[in-house]
Design a protein around this ligand. Structure first.
Ligand SMILES: [Zn+2]
Length: 460
């Protein structure tokens, strides 16, 4: 029987990655992500899976972001029997983010029933479901071939996106190769290894988050140094909204770099995020997945993730105590787009003061508080209250965990022959179309942008 690939998520949108590979009687699910963003997208998480979880024979995970793993607890609760395969660091990070997600779902359900928004408010899944899902995980090392039911096999290769991130290079029963890119990272990202070179596959599924854009070439160290100088000379506080996985560790790395070159004043740095604290430990411990620079610094007994003056804030009392503290200081907390998390408390307390700088470290989506601040809104709502913005607002432009258009095209340039078909997923339609046009233009490959639910035959 001809293998088929069904696109059940991240089709003409960025989130919800779910790809079902049918190999004869065997069913392999690649990623099981949550839809995130608009209400319409989130609603999709409540719809029945377009397959029976109990019918699956293997689940292969590319990396630990929720838009790739966030529905695993529901999948397990609804009868998944087979193992969930992932790299060891992905499993460690999944344990942190899935349990956190379970708690958030419970909180959201409580909020809905308390405010009578939905009388029957139930969480999508709870923390216990997340723990149950963790029991199904089985670690698979990089660059080691592993059998799949149905006569296929796959190898994980470094994707350079976040710690543990991989592409899955799947050998179909007839020997043809299907390459699932997962999320494609960037060259020279600190701490983790670069994306591995691939020069052949028959079918390619590639992400396109930044398919229509190029990242800024701005040096993040210069921007950070200027912010720290301002805090030092004015006694100000820098608030850095930051994602717990990847971005926070990158920021610690940059602080350390500035210190090593004598460019960082003695400004204390507070990480006010239990999740980021746990993730940083996973990053520091995952020695096999460090790039050469990180390996060297670890072998010399120092850590690129431990700048002097770093303090971890664990409990709420400590977090509140920061309110009484004057600068100079840096407070890093989630979430990265300031649409939740402890950063909101710090913002409510400090954003009306010109002694504060809010320094964003990534993309700010439409509708988030982060976007309103970047757009220069003079008054914003935090916890339902209107607050005047007198803080400086700035952004380090160059940081991203995703390859931009140029980096994707560069990665494709190593292919010795064109894939039979290239499927573009995980992007807004505008980004997908721009990338498709570039690939056709430069390489003349056959490109498909699948619709949600589309099924493609992988065969001659
Ligand atoms: Zn990702």
């Amino acid at each position: 029987m001809t293998p088929t690939l069904a696109f059940h998520g991240a089709a003409r949108t960025v989130t919800g990655s779910k790809h079902l590979l049918s190999l004869g009687n065997a069913q392999v699910l690649i990623d099981c992500g949550m839809f995130q963003g608009t209400k319409e997208l989130k609603e999709r998480n409540w719809q029945p899976f377009p397959f029976m979880p109990s019918d699956l024979d293997a689940v292969v995970i590319t990396h630990a972001h929720l838009d790739h793993i966030g529905m695993l607890p529901r999948l397990v609760r609804e009868g998944l029997k087979c193992p969930i395969y992932a790299t060891a660091p992905t499993i460690s990070l999944s344990r942190i983010s899935l349990t956190d997600s379970g708690r958030l779902q419970e909180e959201e359900a409580r909020f809905h029933s308390k405010h009578n928004l939905r009388h029957d408010a139930k969480p999508l899944y709870d923390e216990n479901d997340a723990f149950e899902a963790m029991r199904k995980f089985k670690p698979v090392p990089f660059n080691t071939r592993h059998e799949l039911p149905g006569g296929g096999s796959w190898v994980y290769k470094h994707a350079g996106h976040i710690l543990g991130s991989a592409y899955a290079e799947i050998a179909l029963p007839n020997g043809e190769i299907l390459l699932m890119s997962g999320d494609l990272g960037r060259y020279d990202t600190p701490i983790i290894k670069d994306p591995e070179v691939v020069d052949y596959c028959d079918y390619l599924v590639i992400e396109s988050t930044y398919g229509d854009r190029l990242h800024s070439k701005e040096d993040p160290l210069i921007k950070l140094e200027q912010a720290l100088q301002w805090a030092w000379s004015s006694g100000g506080t820098i608030l850095i909204p930051s994602f717990a996985i990847g971005r926070t560790q990158e920021m610690l790395y940059y602080f350390k770099k500035l210190q090593e070159s004598g460019r960082m004043p003695r400004v204390p740095v507070y990480i006010d995020s239990p999740m980021a604290t746990s993730v940083t430990k996973v990053y520091a411990d995952a020695k096999d997945d460090h790039d050469d620079e990180m390996k060297l610094s670890v072998s010399e007994g120092s850590s690129e993730l431990e700048p002097l003056g770093l303090n971890y804030i664990r409990d709420r009392e400590q977090s509140q105590a920061l309110n009484k503290q004057h600068g100079p200081q840096v407070i890093i907390a989630g979430s990265g787009m300031a649409n939740g998390g402890r950063i909101l408390h710090h913002m409510r307390h400090r954003i009306s003061s010109d002694q504060t700088m809010v320094l964003f470290t990534g993309y700010q989506a439409e509708g988030t508080l982060g976007r309103q601040l970047i757009d220069g809104e003079p008054v914003v709502k935090i916890f339902g209250e209107e607050v005047a913005v007198r803080a400086k607002v700035d952004k380090i432009n160059a940081l991203s965990a995703h390859a931009d258009q140029g980096e994707i095209l560069h990665w494709l340039s190593f292919f010795k022959s064109p894939p039979k078909k290239t499927f573009i997923v995980h992007g807004e339609p505008k980004a997908q179309e721009a990338l498709a046009a570039k690939i056709k233009d430069l390489y003349n490959w056959e490109v498909v942008i699948p619709e949600q639910g589309q099924v493609e035959e992988l065969g001659n």
